[in-house]
Design a protein around this ligand. Structure first.
Ligand SMILES: *[C@@H]1O[C@H](CO)[C@@H](O)[C@H](O)[C@H]1NC(C)=O
Length: 1000
């Protein structure tokens, strides 16, 4: 934030400078009309001509369809009389000349003399290289911004011809190669942004010649080699950002000459060696981020001179010795992250009164000392991780005064004493981990006040007495770890209210009484471990409802009676242990019991049934026999149905295979747009790579075809969609041709790229770029993948989808409507960039936008409500579906229930009054709970997406925004994944106050 404000100020000054210069020039030029305008016009147009030609030449070299591009304004008027546009334009009347002047072209700003001063083409979907950019034609260029496009190839060395350049931003493209040494000739350059490309090689030592450089960003590239010592010459450098590369060697001691530096970010590289003592000279330093390297040695004592640090992040290194004592002497430290090193000694003295602290992690070191004496009260503290050290002391009431604390972990230390009731005052706690310490006494009932708690770990301590019923007030609780204590008494019935519980572990305590039948209400439960307690009674049959339960351990208790046969409904169960009880009778007939090892049943009274270690049960001869047989029959038929479904799927894939073997009547029509190979070769390669469309390469199924993954001999992986043939032949043929006609027209970084197709009487297939992460729907539906799908990635996906739709609706001519936007049709590549796919039902708007379609396209749940009573599809239907997908990404699940409850409450109230009803919900209440909430700017973006999504979901199609508006709002927000990423392991901060107000 600070840096941004600073930059804005700088740019402001620059603009002001030009403004003043222009006035001076105007004043200096004599008022004689003919002379002055003649002179300035001719030099102006001369340059303008050269510059215009250079820009047009470059534009022509780009791989874009110029009519669809933002650059469509880049054209000259047709010449009159003369062949040269230069002489021609000077004869034109001033007005018409200026309307065709390059100074009016999108992205171009000229100085008073009509020469190009700024080129800013941020996020303009440019695809191509800089090879044809004639840098020498722009002697007056100050600012050159090509941020967030798809440029590839090298930076040409003649970029050094831009002799006046002060601001160069090539960030977020696909540029490769070395950073050319000639860049060092740009001695006026103040800002150099090269981040998020694929630059490799080392940083040229010529960088040291750029004496004006203030900010240098090259993070997220493939740079290697060491940091050149010449970097020490950059006495004006304020920010050096080289994180996420493969830079090796040690940090040069010349770094100590960077006397203006405030942010030194070298995180996630392969740096070795120790931190140079000269770092102590960088007294302006506020942000030092060296995490994720292999830096060794101890922190130099000179570091104690750096008292103004706000961010000190050195986690994940091999550092040893002591932490710097004065780290918070200046009273500014907010982030103090030194985890995963080998530090010893105690917490620095200056930390005790460091009231600015926001996040602290000292986890996994060898630190000692008494935390009750060395820590104070931190009003802004959000995150504190002291786990895996050798701290002693007890928990004090101070923790209750850290009112913003969301995460507290002191696990694996030697903390003793009791859990104080004051802990209940830290009401923002989301995660509390005090496991593996020496805590004694009872769990205070005040724990029930921690209403946001989702992760509570108190296992492996000496806690005694009963589990308080107040735990039942923790309605967000997902993990409850109380194992290995001395807890006694019953399992509290109130636990049934913790309906989000996934994981309960109370193993190795002294719990007694029966398992409350109410535990059957914990429908999300996946793991239940009650082993090694003193529990008695029969197993409640209500546990049958735990359909998601995967592991069940009831061993070493005193359970008696039979196992309810209804337990066979626990179909997710994979691991079961009921050994050392008094159980008898037949085992439930599900796989978990059948395949369990014998030990899982040993030492019981008389168990029998389908398990190799047990006797089979005697066949009852009385009338009860029906009661036993019936469930078995049902279960077998259930299995058979499943079997047929699986066989059916395999059969579908196999059938395609068989057809392939039959001789073909006519040669297939093959067309591959993007490969230089001859089409036939690629065609044969695909057949070979998929072994004639063998089902084992099947990666997905759509309405009109099956998708296969094919690895070509070039090493390239492609996705092949083979369209259904027989039954739905006509519809599928239509989808096939539709998809080709759209995808050959639409080229955008967020639209799936069609490599080619093969059309034949027998089979038709399309070949696309392969998307590593699969569909958005898959990711959101997968527990593990959803967690990796962090907020900034989600923001990026929604923005990408908005850009794609804006392009289809507003930049394609005629416009294209997708008509089936859903999370299943948004695919993500390895970088989690969204690519819109499945254009089978898309419509090219050749006719009036409101003309009738007579077939319904779309996916239930995503289709706009008006489609229920009119078959008129226009772009507003896509806008609605986009809103559904946007909400789905934020909520991590189908937003259908939320949308229908909101729209039904609107409908019922609008009948009584004409005022639209304003809904208000807290963003925090709808966010996907599987990942920690977003923080800072990312949180703001999530909030904007939520607001936009609700705007898109309005019942009245006309009230919905256009995709262009949505895309502009989303793209205007600068990407800022850095905070979340840079922290690495696990810290997050989220303002719960985001309130959404909207009408739908
Ligand atoms: C640190 O060194 C280890 C062992 O040589 C290596 O496996 C690891 O990749 C290195 N890590 C970094 C960040 O360079």
């Amino acid at each position: 934030m600070h840096e941004q404000a600073h930059m804005t100020k700088k740019i402001g000054r620059l603009v002001l400078f030009f403004f003043v210069m222009n006035i001076i020039i105007l004043l200096l030029v004599p008022p004689s009309h003919t002379v002055s305008s003649g002179v300035s016009a001719s030099t102006g147009t001369m340059k303008e001509g050269q510059e215009a030609e250079a820009l047009l030449k470059w534009k022509d070299s780009l791989d874009i369809d110029p009519t669809h591009s933002l650059l469509s304004s880049w054209k000259l008027l047709p010449p009159r009389n003369s062949t040269s546009p230069l002489t021609n334009s000077s004869h034109l009347p001033k007005n018409s000349s200026s309307s065709s002047s390059l100074c009016n072209w999108i992205g171009i700003i000229c100085n008073q003399l009509g020469s190009v001063m700024q080129i800013n083409l941020t996020s303009s979907n440019l695809r191509g290289t800089l090879r044809n950019f004639t840098f020498s034609s722009f002697p007056n260029l100050y600012t050159f911004v090509l941020y967030n496009n798809s440029l590839y190839g090298n930076i040409p060395s003649h970029i050094s011809n831009l002799s006046r350049l002060t601001y160069l931003d090539l960030g977020r493209n696909h540029l490769t190669g070395n950073i050319p040494p000639q860049i060092g000739l740009l001695t006026g350059l103040q800002y150099l942004y090269l981040g998020r490309n694929h630059f490799n090689g080392s940083i040229p030592h010529e960088i040291g010649m750029m004496e004006s450089l203030e900010k240098f960003y090259a993070r997220y590239n493939d740079l290697s080699g060491s940091i050149p010592a010449s970097i020490g010459n950059l006495s004006k450098l304020i920010t050096l950002s080289l994180g996420r590369n493969s830079i090796s060697g040690s940090i040069p001691h010349e770094i100590g000459q960077l006397k203006s530096i405030r942010a030194l970010n070298l995180y996630f590289n392969n740096l070795t060696g120790s931190i140079p003592a000269s770092i102590g000279k960088l007294v302006s330093l506020t942000n030092l981020s060296l995490f994720g390297n292999n830096i060794t040695g101890s922190i130099p004592l000179e570091m104690n001179n750096l008292t103004n640090l706000e961010y000190f992040q050195i986690f994940d290194n091999l550092l040893s010795g002591y932490l710097p004592e004065n780290i918070c002497l200046g009273g500014r430290l907010m982030w103090f992250i030194a985890s995963y090193n080998n530090f010893r000694g105690s917490i620095p003295k200056s930390i005790k009164n460091c009231s600015t602290l926001v996040a602290v992690s000292l986890a996994e070191n060898q630190l000692t000392g008494n935390i009750s004496e060395e820590l104070g009260v931190y009003p802004d503290l959000d995150y504190m991780d002291l786990s895996k050290n050798k701290f002693v002391g007890s928990l004090t009431g101070n923790w209750g005064q850290c009112s913003k604390l969301t995460m507290l972990s002191i696990s694996n230390n030697k903390i003793s004493g009791r859990l104080l009731p004051e802990l209940g005052k830290a009401t923002q706690l989301h995660a509390l981990d005090l496991s593996s310490n020496l805590l004694a006494g009872k769990i205070p009932k005040e724990i029930g006040r921690l209403k946001f708690l989702y992760d509570l770990k108190l296992n492996n301590n000496r806690l005694s007495s009963e589990v308080p019923a107040e735990i039942g007030m923790l309605s967000d609780l997902e993990k409850l770890e109380l194992a290995e204590n001395k807890l006694s008494g019953p399992i509290p019935i109130d636990l049934e209210h913790c309906s989000k519980l996934l994981h309960i572990n109370m193993r190795k305590n002294r719990l007694s009484g029966a398992v409350p039948f109410q535990m059957g209400n914990l429908l999300s439960l996946q793991n239940l471990d009650l082993g090694q307690n003193l529990l008695t009674g029969e197993l409640p049959m209500e546990l049958r409802y735990l359909h998601k339960l995967e592991t069940l351990n009831l061993s070493h208790n005193k359970f008696s009676g039979t196992i309810p046969s209804t337990f066979k409904e626990m179909l997710s169960l994979t691991s079961v242990d009921i050994s050392y009880n008094q159980l008898e009778g037949p085992l439930p007939s599900i796989k978990a019991f059948i395949v369990a090892p014998t030990e899982a049943f040993e030492n019981n009274k008389a168990l029998c049934g389908n398990n190799t270690g047990l006797e089979s049960c005697p066949i009852p001869r009385n009338k009860n026999s029906n009661g036993v047989v019936a469930p078995v029959v049902i279960s077998i038929s259930g299995t058979l149905i499943l079997f047929f479904i699986i066989v059916g799927i395999l059969f579908i894939c196999h059938k395609r295979e068989k057809n392939m073997d039959e001789p073909e009547e006519a040669p297939p029509e093959i067309f591959f747009t993007t490969w230089n190979h001859d089409g036939k070769t690629v065609y044969e390669e695909i057949i070979t790579a998929t072994e004639n469309f063998n089902s084992k390469y099947c990666i997905g199924m759509g309405g009109y075809g099956i998708v296969y993954k094919a690895l070509l001999s070039t090493g390239q992986i492609v996705a092949v969609k083979k369209f259904h043939e027989n039954e739905s032949r006509i519809a599928s043929q239509e989808a096939f041709t539709n998809e080709i006609s759209v995808l050959t027209k639409a080229r955008h970084r967020n639209i799936i790229k069609l490599h080619g197709f093969c059309s034949h009487a027998r089979h038709s297939f399309l070949v696309y770029e392969f998307m590593e992460q699969g569909s958005l729907e898959n990711i959101l539906g997968d527990k593990v993948k959803a967690i990796e799908f962090e907020w900034f990635k989600r923001v990026n996906v929604v923005t990408g989808l908005a850009n794609a739709l804006s392009y289809l609706h507003h930049e394609c001519s005629p416009a294209i409507i997708h008509r089936d936007i859903s999370s299943n049709n948004v695919l993500l590549d390895a970088e989690y960039e969204a690519h819109l796919a499945d254009f089978g039902t898309a419509k090219i708007m050749v006719a009036e936008p409101s003309s009738d379609w007579n077939s319904f396209a779309g996916t239930f749940g995503y289709a706009a409500p008006e489609l229920a009573y009119t078959m008129r599809a226009n772009e507003k239907c896509d806008v609605y579906s986009f809103g559904v997908v946007g909400l789905e990404v934020i909520m991590g699940k189908d937003p259908g229930d939320l949308i229908s409850s909101l729209s039904s409450s609107s409908a019922s109230s609008s009948s009584s009054s004409s005022q639209p009803i304003v809904h208000q919900i807290l963003l925090g209440d709808v966010l996907d709970q599987r990942i920690s909430p977003p923080m800072n700017q990312v949180a703001e973006k999530v909030f904007s997406i939520a607001k936009l999504a609700f705007a898109c979901l309005q019942q009245n199609p006309q009230a919905r925004p256009s995709m262009k508006e949505v895309s502009q709002i989303l793209s205007a927000m600068v990407p800022s994944s850095s905070r979340v990423k840079e922290f690495g392991r696990g810290y997050n901060h989220f303002e719960r106050e985001y309130m959404l107000s909207f009408c739908i």
